[in-house]
Structures are given as structure tokens and as C-alpha cells.
Write a protein that binds this ligand. Sequence first.
Ligand SMILES: Nc1nc2c(ncn2[C@@H]2O[C@H](COP(=O)(O)OP(=O)(O)OP(=O)(O)O)[C@@H](O)[C@H]2O)c(=O)[nH]1
Length: 263
Amino acid sequence: MFYKKPPFIISAIILLCLLAMINVYQPFGFGSLADLYFESCTFVVLIYIYLTAFQAIKSYIFLRLGGISLLFNKIYDLLTEIPFIENHSDRFETLDTIFDDGSLLVSVIFIAIGITRMTKNLVKQSSKDELTGLYNRKKFPEIRLDVFELIYFDLNGLKSVNDTKGHAVGDLMIIRFSQVLRQACLANEMAFRVGGDEFVVTVQPERANEYINQLYMLLENEAIYFSYGIERATKTTFNDALVRSDKAMYAMKTQSKASNVTI
Ligand SMILES: Nc1nc2c(ncn2[C@@H]2O[C@H](COP(=O)(O)OP(=O)(O)OP(=O)(O)O)[C@@H](O)[C@H]2O)c(=O)[nH]1
């Protein structure tokens, strides 16, 4: 609930409260007033970042720890502007250094690890299809085999499933087919979703027919039908093979429709 409020307003209120407190207690003697204003602003900027990036911080433990450590560091900086606390901290120099410089060092390390992990994860997610978890086209340059057979798949009759049973059932059909595509892959073979009901699989040379037979077996008792086209390819001939396998798939679909056979 709290985090749904605009972070800017919350941060501004905290800043105003801090500035008011500084001014009210100023006669009792703070250190440098300028220092205090800057420390307060940095603290509030941190709060603002914490609120706006809350989802990311929540999901990554290192960002969370780094954020906590940085907040601690800033609070400590603020508190040590109070002469009474500053006097005490000066007496425990090592402890003061650990609280001040140590917590800053820890924050920087944790935040750096957190950002690195988050970036890696984002890159990984950006090449995955959200609905099925299969790779999307962005992953094409990273095909793991040098020579392979490329199979272009298209589901048959998805539109009529959508129209008669609803989009959610159509989604389930796509998800189930994707599961089976992935299940039939060996190491280094990859499955991609390249369009609504279109998929590409790269399998080891001479394995396409075996792969497709496996799909038929896995989908034996399920009303999921598909057309496909197979082309042999290398990384350099990939784009041509993609076009040719799409055409071969289309030819199979046209033929099956003409003969009114469900494949
Ligand atoms: N449920 C669902 N449907 C989708 C999705 N993406 C595309 N579609 C639908 O899939 C259908 C694909 O079109 P077509 O390939 O012409 O439909 P089809 O019924 O499979 O026709 P054929 O390929 O000729 O058998 C369209 O109706 C799209 O709206 C999706 O993510 N979920």
C-alpha cells in the first residue's frame, strides 16, 4: 500500500521534515549546516531511489543488502553531525571508520554485484518468449550447432480453437506444444517461438525425422496438430534455410488442407 504512493511526494515530505528538524535544533549546535543539508539531500535521494526501484531491489538480495548498507551509511553520516554523537565516534576511531567507510565499501560491492546479476538476468529474459519460455528470434545468433537441421513448425487450426474454445485454451495449446518441442530436444538442440503459432527448432544433422516422430508420440492423445518444413543449414545459410523451411511448411499445410487430412 505504502509503495503505491508517489515516491516523489514521500521523499519530499521526508526532506521537508529533515530540513525543519535541522532548523529547529540548530540553536542546540550541529556541526556544519551546509554538510547537514547535503547529507539530508543525499539521504532523501536514496529513499527516492529505494522507492522507485523497489521491485528490482526486492527481487535481488545483493541490491537489497547494498541498499540497506547505503541507507545505514547515510543515517550514520547524518547522526555524526550531532556534536554529542560526533564526540563519541571520534573516540572510537576504528569503529567510526568501519561504520562510515566500511559500510560505504560494502554497499558499493553489493550494489555492483546486484546490478551485474540483474543485467545478466534481463539479457537472458529478453531472448525468451514470455508465454512459453522458449527462445525468441533474438537468440538466433546463438544457435549452438554449427551444422544442423532447421524445422519450421506451424500449428494447425489455432484460430478455430481460439474462436470456439477461447483464447485461453489457444494459449494452453501453444504452451503444451512448446513443452513438447523442448522435451524432445537433445543437448545443443534449441526451440524458438518465432510468431503467434510458429516455431523453429534446430536439431542435430539427420535427426529431424526422428525428432518429429517423437513429437507425434508425445502428442499421441492430444488434439494438437501441426505442419512443418525441414531444411539443412549452417550458421551462415541460416536465413535462407529459414525462408525455405517456412515455404516447405506452407506447402505441407496446403497439401493437407487440399486432401482434407489432419496431420
Ligand atoms: N491463443 C493465442 N492465439 C494466438 C496467439 N498468437 C497468435 N494467435 C492466433 O493464432 C492464429 C494464427 O493464425 P493462422 O495460422 O492463420 O491460424 P490457424 O487456425 O492456425 O490456421 P492454419 O495455420 O491455416 O491452420 C490467429 O488467429 C492468431 O490470433 C497467442 O499467443 N495465443
